[in-house]
Design a protein around this ligand. Structure first.
Ligand code: BDP
Length: 715
């Protein structure tokens, strides 16, 4: 049990034999072609039913027989004389599933839908649901993509993954596409099983060499590995490639030679990969080139690719993460605010984007923090569809060394009502395209799996990937139900195991927020390096704009219109009024929107500083309970994964204390206000490791100093 099969283990369920009579005896695939999803669906059904129940199915084409699971597209079924009364409407990728004892019918609107239906049937079986049912399922959104931030070559390391914590790239090695793409196929299988439909394979900080002829051939091999699972390939592009690779003296998006260059490259790609999904572009952000260099608008930049893709039916995901980290200076300008950038840059451009452009917007206005308000840009794009960018890889959220189950956070974001024009406008309704009647919209998840057999570096973190797929398909999916389903398929049907994993996971995001950064102050990780451990001191005085504006008396970004950076004014009226007013701003976003004294009294009747102290103690205390909870199911999950998870939970328990002490000490030093409970700075029973007799360890002075008690650790 090394994690490679994730939730698709098809492990035997309790009393498996008992169900044999209620299962099909044969699989019939309609018009199946090897290498395409219906054929794959047939294979999965055979493997799955064999694995889960120990029943071997024969494969045939006689749909008249009894006790058969039939899988195919609606069109193929009709052509074969099949007829279902009242077949419900299916949209692209949707499926219909009818289970009547051993007679099972799985019909997709297209091949991919048929495969999704087969995976749905198998998921039910793997969870022990062997009951009759009829259901129709359509995806809520057309764009259900994942992004990989894989580098082709990165300095001395080959095929690394930016912000990836599960090993090297499964796609690239030493500047080229890997020879062995087995893992790419396995990844596509996992993604298809949760309803996802495309993978952008390379980093948003893209490299122009992805477009050399031999790398395009390599990309075609990746697309071949994806195709049996209905997963399409997407590509990140570097905006100045015409100059870097094409030897043009410009990359101006309105220059004829540049336009022709991109058209030619796009045509070459589609010759190799006729079903390519499209492009993803990060432009004019964090040093990346873009149209602004030539005083062209972002829309002109996006449309350059839209035009090239249009004849091929491809789409361009254009990122809203546009800001200039070199121009932000908090000392020079009190009103400077990175959070304003997206709306500032995109304002007025909405009508200018072509129909095959989707604006990909991070959920919050800064950068994947433990708590952010929903980006106001979602309420500004009415003609152009948008996609919400979520981060499965836990960049600021413990990098998979901490357990943080993210579905509750994502549900809160998706359920948030932006009140555009004073009407119901949840984020989910906007990114489904339903609120503003847009055809193209959806989800982009930054996943960043790697070559490690655990995919993400942690077994428990995989529930985040699972939940991401479920939510992109149906935004009303319940975080606890998803977790229970995932646990049954991944670990065990044992109720204790399910209860323990549910408890741990559901407590994990609140605990992490408690011991890292509360009240909307952001995660308080180190900003300049890894975005990992505590470093509240690194937040201010740098050009990256993730500021807390903490001084000796007060803390928080004043983002009001009347006195601050004006960010609150980017929201529709009702939301703006709520955030503009300190009385109506929820405590958990107080410091996101307001600058207040440490003695400011919250709605909970605590002061800001006492809340900091208490929350850090509370969150880290919860993290201590994760270890005995996990230990309580020893023997009920396999040893290999048990130990792997335990190691991480023990580490998390310890690191949560480092977080607690770093942050509380930092603010004690800054504010000089003692903890009412007398805990912070008062560690009379603590023995510092560097004071012990060390055997094989040496003391090491830590920078930043607050990341270790008394500045010292041992290594
Ligand atoms: C930040 C990451 C950086 C990414 C950037 C982005 O630290 O690695 O390149 O976002 O999303 O969160 O473009």
């Amino acid at each position: 049990e090394d994690g490679l099969s994730a939730w698709l283990r098809y492990a035997p369920i309790p009393h498996a034999k008992h169900y044999h009579d209620k299962l099909p005896s044969a699989v019939v695939t309609l018009n199946a072609t090897e290498g395409l999803p219906v054929y794959t669906a047939g294979e999965e059904l055979v493997d799955g039913i064999n694995g889960i129940f120990g029943k071997e199915l024969s494969v045939g084409d006689d749909c008249e027989r009894d006790s058969v699971v039939t899988v195919g597209t609606v069109a193929a079924y009709a052509k074969n004389g099949g007829c279902v009364d009242e077949l419900p409407d299916l949209i692209e990728d949707g499926y219909h599933l009818r289970i009547d004892g051993g007679n099972v019918l799985i019909l997709g609107q297209n091949e991919r839908g048929a495969l999704y239906g087969a995976f749905q049937y198998l998921a039910r079986l793997a969870q022990g649901q062997v009951t009759d049912d009829t259901l129709t399922s359509n995806p809520e959104v057309p764009v259900r993509w994942v992004n990989q931030w894989d580098n082709m070559r990165d300095g001395g390391t080959h095929g690394s993954v930016e912000r990836g914590y599960g090993g090297d790239s499964i796609f690239f090695w030493d500047g080229v596409v890997r020879e062995d793409l087995t893992r790419a196929g396995q990844y596509a299988r996992l993604l298809a099983s949760i309803g996802l439909n495309a993978v952008v394979v390379n980093n948003v900080n893209a490299n122009e060499t992805i477009l050399t002829p031999s790398n395009m051939d390599g990309l075609a091999r990746i697309a071949d590995a994806f195709r049996p699972y209905g997963i399409q390939l997407g590509l990140s592009l570097r905006f100045d490639s015409p100059q870097l690779l094409g030897d043009l003296d410009t990359f101006d998006p309105l220059d004829d030679d540049v336009v022709a260059w991109w058209q030619e490259k796009t045509d070459e790609l589609y010759r190799r990969i006729p079903d390519m999904a499209g492009y993803l572009v990060k432009a004019n952000s964090e040093g990346q080139p873009g149209p602004l260099t030539y005083n062209r608008t972002l829309a002109e930049g996006a449309n350059l690719f839209a035009h090239a893709l249009e004849p091929h039916g491809g789409i361009i995901m254009f990122r809203a993460f546009v800001y200039d980290h070199r121009s932000l200076d908090q000392d020079a300008d009190w009103k400077a605010d990175r959070a304003n950038a997206a709306v500032d840059f995109f304002e007025g451009l909405d009508p200018d984007f072509e129909d095959n452009v989707v604006i990909q917007i991070k959920y919050g206005p800064i950068d994947f923090q433990v708590r952010e308000p929903v980006s106001p840009l979602f309420a500004h794009l009415r003609e152009t569809g948008s996609a919400v960018e979520l981060q499965i890889t836990q960049e600021y959220l413990g990098q998979q060394a901490h357990l943080v189950y993210l579905a509750p956070m994502w549900r809160e974001l998706l359920d948030f009502d932006l009140r555009a024009d004073g009407e119901d406008s949840t984020l989910a309704s906007i990114v489904s395209g339903q609120r503003f009647n847009q055809k193209l919209a959806g989800y982009a998840g930054v996943v960043n799996v790697g070559h490690n057999t655990t995919w993400l570096g942690s077994h428990l973190a995989m529930s985040n990937l699972y939940a991401y797929g479920q939510l992109a398909w149906d935004s009303s999916s319940d975080p606890v139900e998803m977790l229970e389903a995932w646990t049954k398929m991944t670990f065990s049907h044992d109720q204790e195991v399910i209860d323990v994993i549910t408890k741990l996971s559901m407590e994990s995001w609140p605990a992490y927020e408690d011991y890292t950064g509360n009240l909307g102050v952001q995660t308080l990780t180190d900003i300049l390096l890894g975005h990992y451990g505590p470093n509240p001191g690194s937040q201010d005085g740098n050009p990256w704009g993730q500021w807390t504006r903490a001084d000796a008396d007060s803390i928080g970004m004043d983002r009001t219109v009347w006195n601050g950076t004006g960010f609150a004014g980017q929201y529709p009226d009702e939301v703006y009024e709520k955030y503009e007013n300190i009385e109506t701003t929820p405590d958990n976003l107080l410091l996101w929107f307001h600058h207040v004294p440490y003695t400011h009294v919250l709605k909970s009747n605590k002061t800001v500083i006492q809340h900091f102290y208490d929350a850090h103690y509370r969150g880290s205390a919860v993290a201590q309970t994760f270890v005995p909870l996990w230990e309580s199911i020893r023997g009920k999950v396999d040893e290999e994964r048990y130990e792997h998870v335990l190691y991480r939970l023990v580490y998390q328990a310890g690191h949560s204390l480092v977080w607690r002490d770093s942050v509380t000490n930092f603010y004690l030093n800054k504010s000089g206000i003692p903890d009412e409970a007398g805990r912070v700075g008062n560690y009379k029973y603590r023995i510092e490791a560097e004071d012990m007799a060390l055997d094989g360890y040496v003391p090491y002075l830590v920078d930043p100093f607050e990341a270790a008690s008394g500045s010292w650790c041992i290594v």
